[in-house]
Design a protein around this ligand. Sequence first.
Ligand SMILES: Nc1ncnc2c1ncn2[C@@H]1O[C@H](COP(=O)(O)OP(=O)(O)OP(=O)(O)O)[C@@H](O)[C@H]1O
Length: 234
Amino acid sequence: MPLLDMRDVRGGYGDADILQGVSITVAEKEIVVIVGPNGAGKSTAMKAVFGLLNVRGGQIVFDGEEITGWAPNRIVQRGVCYVPQVDNVFREMTVHENFEMGGFLRSGDLSAAYDRVYQLFPDLKAKRRNLAGDLSGGQRQMVAMGRALMLDPKLLLLDEPTAGLSPKYMEQIFQITRDVRDAGVSILLVEQHAKQALAFCDRGYVLATGANRHEGTGQALLADREVAEMFLGG
Ligand SMILES: Nc1ncnc2c1ncn2[C@@H]1O[C@H](COP(=O)(O)OP(=O)(O)OP(=O)(O)O)[C@@H](O)[C@H]1O
């Protein structure tokens, strides 16, 4: 049984359905990427998992329990964390304070959680007293991921984590995403950099106009002529 099983989900923000039947699964310790043209509903599909959408059809099962219609705070408690594309750090707080905020919902000793994030993001250790707003875009993205990881999620949702980053930082974010997976966390991410993301993920989904269009291993999708011609720029 997959960790996340989103089946035939329909829904939107107001009355109109943006998702017309989207099905996505993520297995334990798997990195799954959602790609597709602008406005395809990639971010919306991810928001549906996190309870940010009016879901009007289909169902979302996480770790054996149906979470369709749950509020985000309850979904967080169940083990899913979401890193939005923008405004994902407290800019006026230090790196360490951002991590503290991340751990706020957890009780008990957080020292192991701090050790883990500083191990994953060694660059941030030296910058732990710097304001998050003063960091580079790539480092801010790491703060956002670290803050989410303070909650020790089973599934991490990343909305375009490499948006606006240089190729060097993009590769670094992908590498860190692998490290996070190797530490036992499953990952679902939305990516604009479709080629690079398909090359790095385990499995991918191509969405178009709010519905599934293609799915397969990253390598299979990269090798698919139709996917290449229609979605990857030939
Ligand atoms: N908060 C919102 N309220 C109303 N409509 C929205 C909202 N967010 C997105 N939409 C609409 O939903 C559709 C799908 O948007 P979504 O952001 O999921 O696309 P996407 O595939 O992630 O593309 P992009 O790469 O452009 O972000 C678009 O038509 C968009 O205008």
